[in-house]
Design a protein around this ligand. Structure first.
Ligand code: GLU
Length: 479
């Protein structure tokens, strides 16, 4: 008998910047697939329309490509089991959700959001766990169908068995068990006809013939729901493996408040992709002994889950930087020239910078002085300069955090959008634009004189802007 093909996937949701956790999960999926001559697939999970961000999908694909792992099938390159974007697969989910209804494993639910809110309130008041009370589970199938046909608003819910235990064998954790009474009758198809994550994930993993699901531990509690869905469909579930989440040095879950989480930040910082791969690999695995420096090829050759460690992996920036230095030292002078051209002094970046400083530079010897903050990493702020005169440190600190929230929410990073967000924020908070803009100018450029502010922020890019605003806010808070 031929062994079934190994097929793995990452399934990022395009709701923000490409996350470092996605790179970590992608790496282990990729290495596992390549070790076994299998396929690595990218599927875009864009069914949450409220959180969808148009730019995000391309950014994720670009970031994973920069990270240095190629996918065999995906939204941009197609494949036998496409489309690889969930919003283009709605017909599948609707079909399979109805199939579950007709088999008696799911039911139409007509409960209004008011009823559900009331229910939740009562449960909180009575200190009961939140959950759906299965009100519509007992409706006559015929009656429910008639209501659907009349056009009544409804969702489809999965009938979770009222007793028993659901278990699965995790690739590194062993047997994981959940009591069914603790699981809710989850919604699988929403009122707008879009599936929830659970249904879409199961249907796609099955139709795309995914053999192993390797994902972050935050999904462990979803897996019993998935297992029950596989059983209801009569499908063989894939093997599940849940990797530990990356941690901040204080062991809390990695978050952008404490740590840059965008892959693009590390690219912008000048971390080599092979170093990021090595570093992220070390978060859970090593080839044995105390060897820390290894290539992805070596990892593929020696990989097995037995050597995977379940301790909370700490993402330590200092160590990453040390490792990057180790790799850089080994590069030849000529490689350095190439890398600087490809990463720092790129034609694209210079073309954006030059219009901002052309007016002020009379000879090239002045160029570096006028543009250094565009190339530097974290800046140091002189207490005599930040906060600017007339601004209280604590206020400035709050402004930076709140404004950053607004900038994070922008659909796209354009001069117009940045300007509008800053101006609106001033209006909303009744802050003098002069005060906010000077604070921002210093935070971004390190001094009180810079090229036009919004153009500067735009060219500096979101990653560096975010990093400087956060660090400056933290240091102002401590004053
Ligand atoms: N869309 C989910 C995410 O954003 C995928 C989880 C999974 O791998 O099943 O991480």
């Amino acid at each position: 008998m031929t062994k079934p093909e190994i097929r793995v996937r990452i399934a990022p949701s395009p709701t923000g910047d490409p996350h470092i956790g996605t790179a970590y999960i992608a790496l282990f999926n990729y290495v596992f697939a390549k070790k076994h001559g299998g396929k690595f697939i990218i599927r875009i999970e864009d069914t949450d329309q409220t959180r969808y961000r148009a730019e995000s999908e391309a950014m994720i694909l670009d970031a994973v490509r920069w990270f240095g792992i190629e996918w065999d099938e995906g939204p941009d390159r197609g494949g036998e089991y496409g489309p690889y974007k969930q919003s283009e697969r709605l017909a599948h989910y609707q079909k399979w959700a109805k199939e579950l209804v007709s088999k008696g494993h799911a039911y139409y639910c007509f409960c209004s959001s008011e009823r559900l809110a009331g229910l939740r309130k009562k449960q909180t008041e009575n200190k009961l766990p939140p959950g759906y009370d299965r009100h519509c589970r007992t409706l006559e199938a015929k009656e429910a169908l008639a209501r659907v046909e009349k056009g009544e608003v409804h969702v489809i819910r999965f009938k979770v068995p009222s007793s028993g235990v659901t278990s699965f064998e995790d690739g590194i954790r062993g047997k994981v068990e959940f009591e069914n009474t603790k699981l809710d009758d989850l919604v699988i198809l929403k009122a707008d006809g879009f599936p929830t994550y659970h249904l879409a994930s199961v249907v796609d993993d099955h139709l795309m013939k995914i053999s192993h699901v390797i994902r972050g531990e935050e999904w462990v509690s979803s897996t019993p729901k998935h297992v029950l869905l596989y059983q209801a469909f009569g499908w063989e579930p894939p093997h599940f493996t849940h990797l530990n989440l990356l941690r901040n040095p204080d062991k809390s879950k990695i978050s952008k408040r404490k740590h840059p989480t965008s892959i693009l930040y590390y690219k912008r910082k000048g971390i080599l992709p092979e170093v990021l791969r090595n570093f992220l690999a070390l978060m859970g695995w090593n080839p044995g002994g105390d060897q820390e420096i290894f290539s992805t090829e070596e990892m593929i050759e020696k990989f097995s889950w037995e050597r995977f460690s379940l301790g909370g992996p700490v993402f330590d920036l200092t160590k990453l930087l040390w490792m990057n230095g180790q790799y850089l030292k080994k590069k030849s002078d000529f490689e350095w020239v190439q890398l600087l051209r490809q990463n720092v002094f790129t034609e694209d970046y210079l073309l954006q910078l030059i219009p901002l400083v052309k007016e002020r530079v009379c000879a090239f010897e002045e160029f570096i002085d006028n543009t250094s903050f565009f190339f530097n990493g974290d800046l140091k702020y002189d207490e005599a300069v930040l906060p600017p005169k007339g601004v209280v440190a604590k206020d400035a600190s709050n402004w930076l955090v709140e404004l950053l929230e607004k900038l994070e929410g922008l659909q796209s990073w354009t001069v117009e959008h940045i300007k509008e967000a800053c101006e609106n924020y001033c209006k909303e908070k009744e802050i003098k634009t002069k005060d906010l803009f000077m604070t921002l100018r210093i935070v971004i450029s390190g001094g009180t004189v810079s090229p036009p502010l919004f153009e500067t922020i735009h060219v500096l890019g979101k990653e560096m802007t975010r990093r400087r605003m956060r660090l400056a806010s933290d240091s102002l808070k401590k004053r």
